[in-house]
Structures are given as structure tokens and as C-alpha cells.
Design a protein. Structure first.
Length: 595
């Protein structure tokens, strides 16, 4: 261990090894804010993919960031790939992309969905390398680009602080039309989910500690922002956030290179969160609607519906241990696999297993899941080793990045934040910061694509995808352009990447006797909800696939929902004997028979 250092210099007097100029810092901060702050504040969502505008903005922002890093670091060569941990992360992303492409061939995965996901993985790989480039050092071990690193930390802090302020406004004024409180009494900022806000706030808290250690904040501002972030974290009522709050304390407890004040603040974070939770719960009802997290803690099952979902996911793994159900096909296989005597969730359907490692096992099979877990674990071990060996500003940046990775990976064991670009791409950049080891040699002839050009292409591709999505969104929220609903649906079906959502209307809105199976070939892999499942069963019956229709009806019957009960009311009438949904399916069918 290294002995504790004295407190950092006073406000805005950084150490000589971390002194970016004002102009480079301002430019870098503007781009980092586009990548990190703007997506966290975007409230515009559109059906059928509410998070798509946020994902596009995040990819555009990180594309511009990749381009900036490429320009700033071009004179120092490319990112060094000698670090085994960085290679492990690149292999992990490559294996996922190859698994997705293989699923399109071997498991008849929907090509448009897989194309979008492979593109996002490619953006993540570029972001990973950009983060590694930002950690380039001189021969004397001094960081070459402190303005890039400081801009990232400031942007993380700014995103968290702004959403913390919004969370407080939501809580003290729950009826606000601008920032309404979540229906369950939990603050969400502009991130739609309390757990997402909790991870954003903890990232900001860790960035604040790193900036304080680097001498960028006075004590009073450090304390004020820290309290704001913890109060907002309490208002989320997030059990995941409360558990993850132990990770900053672990950093403060283990890293004796930090100053005494920074260590003390990090170690005290869980206790301060508990005090904030208690204080917020004491607000009178006329001031606030009641802490939503208190109701969650009073539940008998603290994991909500996750235990049942995990049991059902393990059942899928047991049935498909070697190759899994196919990349991106969790919802398809989960919905079409009998789960009795296990009870389906009171929600409609699940699209993810709410656990990253379990998701890999379900979709890719145990061998690949074990390999991916090993690559991830090895990369984290290497990041820890590099952080322990570093010193000065480099040690602070590496340690903060590693702590942020621990937060989001813990979140990924309980939900699926990495399926959102505004969490996936920052996580890739954090891995780059934690695993970057300076500059490498000039690229080979086949790898001479400038990073700045790659970043620009990523941003343009994201904007093109958003443009391609607009006809689909216009079906759900029609603008005043005079087009008929039929014309809108026809335009939606012509979308290159999202045409399957236009096909959905052709299936669910078809009249009796006119139903066909073609509209369901791709959309059932995107989001197989109960309305789509019912119309699909009707289409199977009308096209003569009675056994398949009975199987789908049997799966639909496992969901205890009023709309489902209505579908089976005919079974209690004299006409029930002729209705396909009233007869059990023959044995031997499974989800693979519906690909």
C-alpha cells in the first residue's frame, strides 16, 4: 500500500501533471457533454422503440468524441494493443458480433434487428479504443491528453448533477408537467427508470471524487454536489443503487493513495445515503407523495419478479445448454416455451433475463457464456492490476473508471442497462480508460482508417438510422402531413432497418379471413407481446396450421391478463368445441418450430 497523501491543492489548482489548457478543455468538454449529458436529458421518446432517439443521440455524441480523440492523438500513434485486458475486451465484442451474425444464419435470426445490434457493437469497439487512446502517456509517464480525461469526468458529473436536480424537483413537485414523478413515487430524472438514474448518480459521485483528488474542486463545492447526488439517489428508492453505493466506499477503503478527505467522503457514502433516505422519508405528505423505495423494502420479495424470471431463464438454459436459443431471441424463446408449473410474471412479457451472464447463457449457450465471462473477468483483473501499479493522476483516472465499471456491471446483474447505447458506450469508454497503456506503433496498411473518420461514419450511420425510423414512428404518432393511415403503414414497411414494425400493423389489423403469416416473420423476434401473440395464433389458424395455433394459444393462456381471459371466453360456450384455442396442442412442438 502507498501512504496517504496530503489533501489536494485548493480550488482549481491541479497538479502539474494534470493541467489542460482552457481552449482544449472547453472543446473536449463540449463534445463529451454531447456524448454523456445530452442523452441523459433527452425526454423525447417515440413508439414502438421509445429509447431509440436517446440511443441515436448517444451514438452520434460518441462518434463525434471518437473523431475528436482521433484528431488529438493522431501524432502519438494508435492505441497500444499489447495490453492483454484490452485484447480480451475486443475479443469479447468480436465474439458477440460473430454470435449475432451466426444466429442470423443458423437460428434464422431477423437480419434487420441483428444488423442494428452488430452496428452498435462496432460503435462500442471504436469507443473502447478511443478511451484507450485517451490514456496515452509520454516517456516520463505523464498523461498526454489530460484535457480529454478531465472533460469526460466533468461531463459524467454534469449529467449526474443535472439529473439529480431534476430528481429533487420531481420529488418536491410531483405534479409538475415538465418533470413528473414516476407513478410509483420514485424519482427518475430524465432517464425513465429509477435504477438507470441511480447508476448515473453513482457515476457522477465517483467522477466528483476523482476530480476532487485531481484538485479541480473546492471543499465546499465537493460537499454540496456530493450531498445533492446522495439525496437524489435516496429519492430514486433504488435497491440496486443502495447496494452499489458500497462500491465507492470500497474504493475509499482500499486505495490509500487518495487524500484523507476524499477517502473519508467515499467511505461515508453508504451511511450518508442511509441518512438521506431516512430524512426524505420524514417529509410530510403535503410536501412529497411518500418515498417509493420504502414500499419496495416492505415487499416480501425484494427482487420483485426477478426470481421467477431467473428460474425460467435457467429452465431455458437447461433445455438449450450448448448453443442457446439464438442471439436476440430470449423474448421469442421465453414466450413460446411452456413454463408451468412456474408462474408467468404479472407483466406481459420480458425481453431480457435481467442478468448479463444469464442472458449470455440463454441466448448463446453455456460454452460461449463461460468464455465471455472469462474474457470479462480477465479484463477486470487486468484493469485492477494497472490501477494498482499506477500513480498520480493516472492512478486516479484508472481507479475511478474501474469503480464506475463495477457500478454498471453490478446493475447489469439485476437489469439490462448495457442494451441501451447511453450506458453501453460510456461503459466501453471506461474499459478503454482502465486498460489503455499508451501509444502503439503506426497502424498496418489494412488498419489505416483514421479514428476521426471512423467516428464520423458512426455518427452519420446513427443519423441515417434515425431517418429510416421516422416513417415507423409516424404511424404511432401521425404528423399533420395529410397522409392516410394506410399510406403511413405502407411507408413504414419500406423502412430498411425497422420495416418489421410496419409489418406488425399488417398482421394485427388484418380482418378475419385475410390474415397471413408473412407479417410475423421478423416482428415476433423484436417484441412478442400478448396482442401480437394472439393475432399470430389467429393467423396460424386461418392459414391451416391448427396445431401451431393451439400451441400459441396455450402459451397465451399462461398469462393472467384480462385480455387473455376474454380470448378464451368462447371455450365456455357451445361454440367452444370448434374454437382452436379451446383444444390443447399436440406434444412435441417448441419455439424452434415457429422460426
Amino acid at each position: 500500500m502507498i501512504a496517504p497523501q496530503a489533501d489536494p491543492p485548493p480550488a482549481f489548482m491541479p497538479s502539474t501533471s494534470f493541467v489542460p489548457g482552457p481552449r482544449p478543455l472547453k472543446a473536449a468538454l463540449a463534445v463529451a457533454s454531447l456524448a454523456l449529458v445530452a442523452p441523459s436529458l433527452l425526454t423525447v421518446g417515440s413508439l414502438p422503440l421509445p429509447s431509440l432517439p436517446t440511443d441515436v443521440l448517444a451514438i452520434v455524441g460518441w462518434g463525434v468524441w471518437i473523431a475528436l480523440v482521433g484528431v488529438r492523438t493522431q501524432a502519438h500513434g494508435r492505441a497500444a494493443l499489447a495490453e492483454p485486458g484490452l485484447k480480451a475486451m475486443l475479443w469479447l465484442l468480436a465474439v458477440l458480433a460473430l454470435a449475432a451474425l451466426g444466429s442470423a444464419v443458423l437460428a434464422t435470426g431477423p437480419p434487420r434487428m441483428i444488423a442494428r445490434q452488430v452496428g452498435t457493437l462496432a460503435a462500442a469497439a471504436a469507443t473502447l479504443l478511443a478511451g484507450a487512446r485517451a490514456m496515452q502517456r509520454s516517456e516520463g509517464g505523464v498523461l498526454q491528453h489530460p484535457e480529454l480525461l478531465q472533460a469526460l469526468l466533468l461531463a459524467v458529473l454534469l449529467a449526474g448533477s443535472l439529473n439529480a436536480a431534476l430528481a429533487v424537483l420531481q420529488y418536491v413537485d410531483p405534479g409538475s408537467a415538465w418533470v413528473p414523478l414516476n407513478p410509483d413515487g420514485r424519482a427518475v430524472g430524465h432517464l425513465r427508470q429509477p435504477n438507470h438514474l441511480a447508476t448515473q448518480l453513482l457515476w457522477a459521485l465517483l467522477a466528483l471524487a476523482a476530480l476532487r483528488q485531481l484538485g479541480r474542486f473546492p471543499a465546499w463545492l465537493f460537499g454540496a454536489l456530493g450531498v445533492l447526488l446522495l439525496v437524489a439517489l435516496a429519492m430514486t428508492g433504488s435497491r440496486t443503487g443502495a447496494l452499489a453505493c458500497l462500491l465507492p466506499a470500497l474504493w475509499g477503503l482500499c486505495d490509500r493513495r487518495l487524500s484523507r478527505s476524499t477517502r473519508a467522503a467515499l467511505i461515508a457514502a453508504p451511511l450518508l445515503l442511509a441518512l438521506c433516505w431516512w430524512a426524505v422519508s420524514l417529509f410530510p405528505p403535503e410536501v412529497q407523495p411518500g418515498l417509493g423505495g420504502s414500499a419496495l423494502l416492505n415487499r416480501a420479495d425484494l427482487s420483485s419478479s426477478r426470481w421467477g424470471l431467473w428460474q425460467q431463464s435457467l429452465w431455458l438454459v437447461a433445455q438449450n445448454p450448448l448453443l442457446g436459443v439464438g442471439w436476440g431471441q430470449f423474448a421469442f424463446a421465453w414466450t413460446l416455451t411452456p413454463m408451468a408449473p412456474m408462474v408467468r410474471s404479472p407483466f406481459e412479457t420480458f425481453t431480457h433475463s435481467h442478468n448479463l451472464l444469464l442472458q449470455w447463457a440463454v441466448e448463446l449457450g453455456l460454452p460461449l457464456a463461460i468464455a465471455l465471462t472469462a474474457l470479462l473477468g480477465f479484463a477486470l483483473w487486468r484493469a485492477l492490476a494497472l490501477a494498482r501499479r499506477a500513480s498520480g493522476a493516472e492512478a486516479t483516472v484508472r481507479s475511478a473508471a474501474l469503480a464506475m465499471l463495477a457500478v454498471v456491471l453490478l446493475h447489469s446483474l439485476l437489469e439490462y442497462p448495457l442494451w441501451h447505447a447511453n450506458f453501453l458506450l460510456p461503459t466501453a469508454c471506461l474499459f478503454g480508460l482502465a486498460l489503455g497503456k499508451g501509444a502503439g506503433p503506426a497502424p498496418r496498411r489494412w488498419a489505416k482508417l483514421p479514428p476521426s473518420l471512423a467516428g464520423g461514419l458512426i455518427a452519420l450511420a446513427a443519423l441515417a438510422a434515425l431517418y429510416d425510423y421516422l416513417p415507423v414512428a409516424n404511424v404511432y404518432a401521425p404528423p399533420q402531413d395529410g397522409l392516410s393511415d394506410e399510406a403511413r403503414r405502407a411507408l413504414a414497411r419500406q423502412s430498411v432497418l425497422f420495416g418489421q414494425f410496419g409489418d406488425r400493423f399488417a398482421g394485427t389489423m388484418a380482418r378475419s379471413g385475410e390474415r397471413r403469416l408473412e407479417p410475423y416473420r421478423e416482428i415476433v423476434f423484436e417484441h412478442l407481446d400478448l396482442q401480437l401473440l394472439k393475432s399470430w395464433a389467429l393467423a396460424q389458424a386461418e392459414t391451416g396450421h391448427i396445431d401451431h395455433a393451439r400451441y400459441l394459444a396455450a402459451r397465451l393462456k399462461e398469462f393472467d391478463r384480462p385480455s387473455v381471459h376474454q380470448f378464451f371466453e368462447v371455450c365456455a360456450t357451445p361454440q367452444g368445441a370448434a374454437a382452436f384455442q379451446c383444444t390443447p396442442p399436440p406434444p412435441g412442438l417448441g419455439f424452434r418450430d415457429f422460426r
